[in-house]
Every structure is written in structure tokens, then in C-alpha cells.
Design a protein around this ligand. Sequence first.
Ligand SMILES: [Zn+2]
Ligand SMILES: [Zn+2]
Length: 157
Amino acid sequence: MANADTPHSPHHHAAHAKEYKGSCFCGAVQFTISGEPAGMGYCHCESCRKWSAGPVNAFTLWKPDALKVVRGAENIGTYSKTPKSLRKWCTKCGGHLFTEHPGMGVTDVYAAVIPDFPFRAGVHVNYQETKLRMKDGLPKMKDMPKEMGGSGVVLAE
Ligand SMILES: [Zn+2]
Ligand SMILES: [Zn+2]
């Protein structure tokens, strides 16, 4: 006879996917991401520079359902200059959170807002627009990789 009372480990979820915590500058918005990113690196494009007010954007790309807002969802603002990007920030502190790319089926969570995540860049994209050359030996894509709709052309550092 089978026992209906199935035991289970309290660490059940942890065994399936690593989880990392993220938040805005003031902490009003908190979220988690879980699993493994689809890609990570640095974007040098003008949009990233103007939006971040920094010379490059360190990005990590995730399937949208990897991200869960656990606190302060009502404080998330959205700006969409083009339908390709839904940029999210905290309306209390102005701190940036992540950008949804519905066409590509990924969400870019800025490496700067997930300090516990072991960020390891694999590529530089939109390097033709760079204002800060980074000689780290990683591939420098002129625009975007072919599989993401770009030319796939690699530039010298
Ligand atoms: Zn905030
Ligand atoms: Zn960019």
C-alpha cells in the first residue's frame, strides 16, 4: 500500500534553481531572479549610455519568467522609447531595475542591481558606438550577434 503522506525536503526549491536577490537604489522595489542567464556582457550603445548615465551597461539576459518582483511592484515605472524595450525603474528613488525586450523574449537585468549574482561577461555588443574601450580579450561585436538580429561582425578591440 502506498503511503499518501509523501515526505519532502525543505530545500526542494533550492535544489532546482539558484536564486539571486535584486533591488532598486532605495530598496522599495525588490525582486528575485532564478536559474541561469541566457547571456551576459557589456553594451556600448548610445541608448544604454544615455539611459544609465554611464559609459557602458553591464547586462544579464533572462527568460522573462525567471524574474519575480517580490516587493514594491506598484513603484515600478515604465518608459518605452521603442516597442523593443520596456525600461523599468523605481518611481521613488529613480534607480533603474531592468529592461524587458518582448521581441527577443528576454529581460535585461542590470548586473549593478544584482550584486550577489556572479556576473561574468561573455561578449561586448554595439562596440562601434563605444566611448570606453575595454581591452579584456572578449569578442567585440560591431552591433549584435547574428542570432539576435545583428550583423555578427566582430571588431578589433
Ligand atoms: Zn527605489
Ligand atoms: Zn545598449
